[in-house]
Design a protein around this ligand. Structure first.
Ligand code: URA
Ligand code: SF4
Length: 215
């Protein structure tokens, strides 16, 4: 299957998925969107009210801020892939539970494997924890890590940053470093068939955060 076909297939599967209890509140699944050859992939937490209504990621206030952050580095949202760790809205926008993140993980892994981005930017701690299980967002945000051969840059969630001025300037600063990472020609790992990681087992290998010597 081509990367496009894999993304379409994942979108079809999540629309009818019942692997966790979040399907009960689903109006529209939010598989994520963006080009299958995107160089950057942003991974948020999960759909909120408006995302559940529309079936699209980051269409509320956090999305508007994400678009502003992208504009700040000369990018539009159509140029990047934007997804989430869970594809269905947690009731009342509560945090996703470990078993929900784990149940949904295989979809995310297939999306990452298909897109094979140069850089994965995690937005918020649940997204970060899938790649850097032991990291603390306040100390690692904006740094780059090699995880399973892929560059991962954890950042604060735009929704959190919207409400806290100090986080807002952090996330703006962290964003400003993304073009450098891309232009340094960091290579995406060789494309591999199959899944990004073993089915639903985030953090099994406990990759140690290792800062690149790029900076
Ligand atoms: N917040 C997220 O984490 N994801 C969305 O899609 C929207 C808001
Ligand atoms: Fe399936 Fe993910 Fe939705 Fe749970 S959140 S029902 S695992 S698509």
């Amino acid at each position: 299957m081509t990367p496009d076909e894999i993304l379409k297939q994942v979108a079809q599967e999540v629309a009818v998925c019942q692997k966790c209890q979040l399907h009960h509140g689903r109006k529209h699944a939010v598989p994520g969107e963006g080009p299958s050859n995107a160089k950057i992939m942003f991974i948020g937490e999960g759909p909120g009210f408006y995302e559940n209504e529309q079936g699209r990621p980051f269409v509320g206030a956090a999305g508007k801020f994400l678009e502003e952050l992208l504009a700040g580095i000369g990018m539009r949202r159509e140029q990047v892939f934007i997804g989430n760790v869970v594809k269905c809205r947690p009731p009342g926008n509560r945090d996703p539970l470990p078993e929900e993140i784990s149940a949904c993980g295989a979809y995310l892994d297939r999306q990452i494997a298909a897109i094979n981005p140069q850089v994965v930017v995690t937005l918020g701690r649940y997204s970060m924890a899938r790649f850097l299980p032991n990291a603390k967002i306040s100390s690692v945000h904006g740094q780059s890590f090699q995880v399973n051969g892929r560059l991962v840059v954890p950042m604060y969630h735009p929704a959190a940053a919207l409400h806290q001025p100090s986080l807002k300037s952090d996330v703006e600063r962290d964003f400003a470093r993304l073009p450098e990472l891309i232009s340094k020609g960091v290579e995406a790992p060789a494309h591999q068939e199959g899944q990004e990681k073993p089915d639903s087992s985030p953090a099994e290998e406990k990759p140690q955060p290792k800062q690149l010597s790029l900076f």
